[in-house]
Design a protein around this ligand. Structure first.
Ligand SMILES: [Zn+2]
Length: 163
């Protein structure tokens, strides 16, 4: 038997002003994107902002549905828009900002498993890492250099016989 530890580097900022200007800008765009959230069932608003290599910023927010599984997370709303409209652009960073109506979100909300898988697809496709920024309404801000860090032992196209 072998034992292997999997670790990754997570940067934790207590103040957004300690972050790079570009990251601050994108987190602000994610906050603004929350305004488009349609979340009458969970009252949990999520905004996502994607920065493309050419400087374009794309916003998304969670879109819920009375038939719950028909809704979609903010990250994938933004991601699929980027994929559909800027298919040849490299995605540099995705910022995620979460807020709840009943309780304050005091820690960064990480992307759900499905969104991690969806972001990974684009990271593999473009062959360069996508930085993930995460924040709540208060508390620290997390910065992670690659979605692969948040999805170890992941499934990608190489399993489908297409290396
Ligand atoms: Zn998600």
């Amino acid at each position: 038997m072998k034992k292997r530890s999997i670790a990754f580097e997570l940067l934790i900022f207590n103040d957004v002003r300690d972050m790079e200007q570009e990251d601050q800008m994108l987190l602000e765009q994610a906050d603004i994107a929350q305004k488009g959230s349609y979340s009458p069932y969970s009252n949990f608003r999520v905004g996502a902002a994607i920065l493309l290599k050419d400087g374009t910023v794309i916003q998304g927010s969670n879109q819920e549905n009375a038939s719950f599984p028909a809704g979609l997370c903010a990250e994938r709303v933004a991601l699929f828009y980027a994929g559909a409209n800027f298919p040849n652009q490299t995605i540099k960073t995705i910022a995620i900002s979460a807020a709840a109506a009943k309780v304050e979100v005091k820690k960064p909300a990480g992307p759900c498993g499905s969104c991690r898988q969806a972001i990974l697809e684009y990271e593999v496709k473009q062959n360069s890492p996508i930085t993930i920024l995460m924040k709540g309404q208060s508390g620290p801000i997390y910065k992670c250099g690659s979605i692969a860090d948040l999805l170890p032992l992941s499934f990608d196209h190489t399993f489908l016989g297409d290396s």
